[in-house]
Design a protein around this ligand. Sequence first.
Ligand code: C2E
Ligand code: MG
Ligand code: MG
Length: 721
Amino acid sequence: MDDLPVRVLLVAEDEADYCLIQQWLSQIGRNYYLEQVTTVDSALESIAGQQHHVYLIDCDLSQPDRLELLRESVLNGYAAPVVLLVDSHQAAEIADGYAHFTDYLIKDEINPSLLERMIHCAMQQYQLRNDLRRATQEKRQLTRALEMLRKNEERYALVIQGSDDGIWDWNLQTQEIYFSPRWKSLLGYEETELTNHSDSWFDCIHPEERDRVKQEISAHLAGTSPRFVSVHRLRHRNGTYSWVFSRGIAVRDVTGEAVRFVGSLTDITPWKQTPGCRIAGITHDRLTGLPNRDWFTSRLHQAAALSRQDPAQGFAVLFVDLDRFKTINDSLGHWLGDRLLMEIAQRMLTCLRPCDTIARLGGDEFVILLEEVKTQEDVICVTQRIQQELSTPFHIEGHEVFVSASIGIVLSNTHYAHPEDLLRYADVAMGQAKKSQCHGGYEVFQQGVHADGVTQLQLKTDLRHAIDRQELQLHYQPIICLRTRRLIGFEALVRWQHPRYGLIAPGVFVPLAEETGLIDALGQWVLREACRQMRQWQLTIPQGPSLTINVNLSGKQFTPYLTQQIHQILKDTHLEARYLKLELTESILMSNADSAVATLRQLKQLGVQLAIDDFGTGYSSLSYLHRFPIDTLKIDRSFIHRVDVDGEQLAIVRTIMTLAWNLGMDVVAEGVETSKQLAQLRSLQCEYGQGFLFSKPVDPDSVLSLITTPVDDWQPRSLMF
Ligand code: C2E
Ligand code: MG
Ligand code: MG
């Protein structure tokens, strides 16, 4: 750097300052190149483009808010060596509030040598900070990678331990193969016996089946079959042959070439010896080639065992039943009906990942085990994909056949005594889906509601009258500015005061309303009531703070009529559009990104604000995010929950915040429960928060006192800032 000119940017309004500093720099004798801009905006551009080595910024600038912006961007990643030029009376304030700038110089005290030292120090400090930042980032990435590796290894070890199967792991580049102790013991060998070469396996395969197995493996490695599945005989050490069921999957490099091949082996000799049992029929459905119920159940047991050891290992069971299949089968004839089932099986397979299992139970019933699932939304997404895939007509021997399927879903966090219960629950939910939604619907099993189908049906019937009977209520949860400690608005949350069951949470009845088509009326009621209420508070406390009211929207409300409906509601309730903020989930936006953009633009034109709710739990495509005119990201409480104990979560929250800021959105942390979480969020400069720490959702009568009391005086005060 010594030979290159040091590029210095002076941000000052007065040209005389430029002349003076230029003169000093030339006295120093070193190779400096000084440029001047007069606004902070131009400085920001230069900082973002890293065009200068050092920035000298005159604090006399009559743009304090822009200076604040500069401070934020320096904080948010564009770390740059910034030296503030201040008057002596500003020094204390600057030292306090702007410590993250590299340094400051008191104007009256500047002289050429001080200036030189300061520029030199600023550059060095900047370099150091950058090195430190890079080292920290690398360390964080390394820690994360190690942690993932550890988890994977643990999971792998658990699978191996928990399974009665033999495991093999084949390095296709060296031809070395690892056989688990169980693999060896199935064939009568000790752990130390058998060489680690793939030939050890092939030598054991029955000569009549060796070529076939090799072909099956080659087909999978070449990418023509989604997984390797094979039933064949292996020679036991004592010379007899055991029937085994072997399956595996290739691990591929970026070019798609298989580099590793991992799988497992089940001894099925006892089943083979069952009179009348045919080998393929033992584990697989002969018509579709999919696993059968026994095989599925054993996978379900494994998934349940894993999930018990580590509840983060979520899974889901889908029960798929074709609608009107009997009619189709009768009209096509059984032979074509079978062909149709085979094609349906193939189409469903294309919607699944390698870790998922699909089985045919018989007739037109299929079950699917989705492993490694995180949220209900993920599962619903797969369900909808399957339904969509099946909705394209099938062409069977000149017949065009339309098919739809009803799907029942059960998630692993449901309470169950035996894994088989989950199959039954999924079946119950499927039955409900058939009843309540004609064809092609899905239903998620909910304990208490579904376990008793009668109750559920009753709830749906009651819901139809809930609005007329004025059983719905809104509760309001405050949203706080963490910096100013002021209330900035409320989120309206709907509740149902059921005459028999008491207060029912929206998580139970909003999905019922969506299924029964009542969501439109319910959503309209919520919007109207929330707007009316906010307007009333404005009139009651005209000198009160300017507050927004957040209203949640269901995906089903997101129709082309939405803007018109909201326009009418705002007109009727005399609420200005800018006080209303609509909360949408990522899945609403992503399910139809193009039409969503159009609707969101209309809503923005109307003047309402938009927020993405539960951010981080859905399927946001980050490349889409900038296309949506969103004002606010609400970070889901699952991230906030562990922000005080889990460095990784903290890093995620920080990244989401940076992303939001770069996209010009503000951020609300949801579910803030502890003062430690709050402290972390404040250290990240998170601007807004919502959660039980400040207040639970309250009934409308309690809202006025919240509006008129300073946030610091709310109960429990000691937990607060
Ligand atoms: P949401 O929009 O993310 O609302 C926040 C939920 O988190 C509320 O649950 C609230 O009580 C809860 N919560 C807030 N702070 C904390 C905290 O610190 N800790 C914990 N553990 N929870 C906290 P609620 O009222 O049961 O609502 C659940 C969901 O139901 C809402 O999630 C929203 O998606 C939906 N919902 C609520 N009202 C409506 C509505 O009017 N229409 C629609 N379509 N959905 C609604
Ligand atoms: Mg919400
Ligand atoms: Mg939320």
